[in-house]
Design a protein around this ligand. Structure first.
Ligand code: GDP
Ligand code: MG
Ligand code: MG
Length: 250
């Protein structure tokens, strides 16, 4: 059996360090512009499973506004991995968790990683893993790319996730937004050219005004692209806040 597993996350959350710890592949960790836009790959065998890891460029969202975002977004949309690892920074959980709500409607299995847990402990930041996992509907692993903590658990989780059907965990927006999402998703699902795409994800991105989605989907009669942009984005942030209220104890 073989798996393809992508790592995504904000810049500097430790994706490349984790990638190195997972694959053992020695690499230069740098932040020069352009360096991360090439997609790096590495292979690891775990419990008889061949796992290919992909280190995606750092992104704050999956709207295709920057080159890095475009690369990550297109990879996930056109070449969805068997498992997606969303790497978050334990010291910047609020900011890094937003990306989870960007990927949650893609057709991928997701595991959330809270990295730099060593530093969080040093700073007495207490994160409730159970609460995070419960509210996000995905497995959560604490890792340190420096000490190696959580790496085995992450590998085990990836392999076991791949063996079971995807658990659909959506975040539901308010009624106004859900109605529009539903309309667009129905319109898209009637067209065979979109049958391999996650229609709910495309619908949300259309309403956010994501330029590549608008180009892909075309203009839909009666629904202005980007018409719910602010509302959708602020609901995602509010959701992050609600979850952190339960999961972050300081
Ligand atoms: P990327 O931009 O997401 O690929 O992040 P990098 O892997 O380049 O890491 C950014 C910085 O954080 C580097 O200085 C790493 O050494 C450091 N770092 C990464 N993971 C950890 C971790 O788990 N613990 C600590 N203390 N530092 C980390
Ligand atoms: Mg970086
Ligand atoms: Mg990197």
């Amino acid at each position: 059996m073989s798996l393809r597993v992508a790592l995504c996350g904000n810049p500097n959350v430790g994706k490349t360090s984790l990638f190195n710890a997972l694959t053992g592949l020695r690499q230069y960790v740098a932040n020069w512009a352009g360096v991360t836009v090439e997609i790096k790959k590495g292979v690891r065998n775990h419990r008889g499973v061949q796992i290919e890891f992909i280190d995606l460029p750092g992104t704050y969202s999956l709207s295709a506004f920057s080159e890095d975002e475009k690369v990550a977004r297109n990879y996930l949309l056109y070449n969805p991995p068997n498992v997606l690892v969303v790497v978050m920074d334990a010291l910047a959980l609020r900011q890094s968790m937003y990306l989870l709500f960007e990927v949650i409607d893609l057709d991928v299995k997701i595991v959330g990683v809270v990295n730099a847990i060593d530093e969080a402990r040093r700073e007495n930041i207490v994160i409730d893993k159970g609460e995070l996992s419960k509210h996000l509907g995905i497995p959560i692993i604490f890792t340190s790319a420096v000490t190696g903590e959580g790496i085995e658990e992450l590998l085990d989780t990836i392999v076991s996730l791949s063996r079971y059907p995807r658990k659909v965990s959506k975040f539901f927006f308010g009624e106004e937004i859900e109605k529009q999402i539903e309309k667009i998703a129905q319109y898209l699902s009637k067209q065979t050219s979109f049958s391999s795409f996650p229609t709910r994800w495309l619908a949300i991105k259309y309403l956010e005004g994501d330029p590549e989605t608008v180009t892909l989907v075309g203009k839909i009669e009666g629904i202005e692209p980007g018409q719910l942009r602010e509302k959708i984005i602020s609901q995602k942030y509010e959701h992050v806040e609600l979850i952190l209220k339960e999961a972050l104890k300081k």
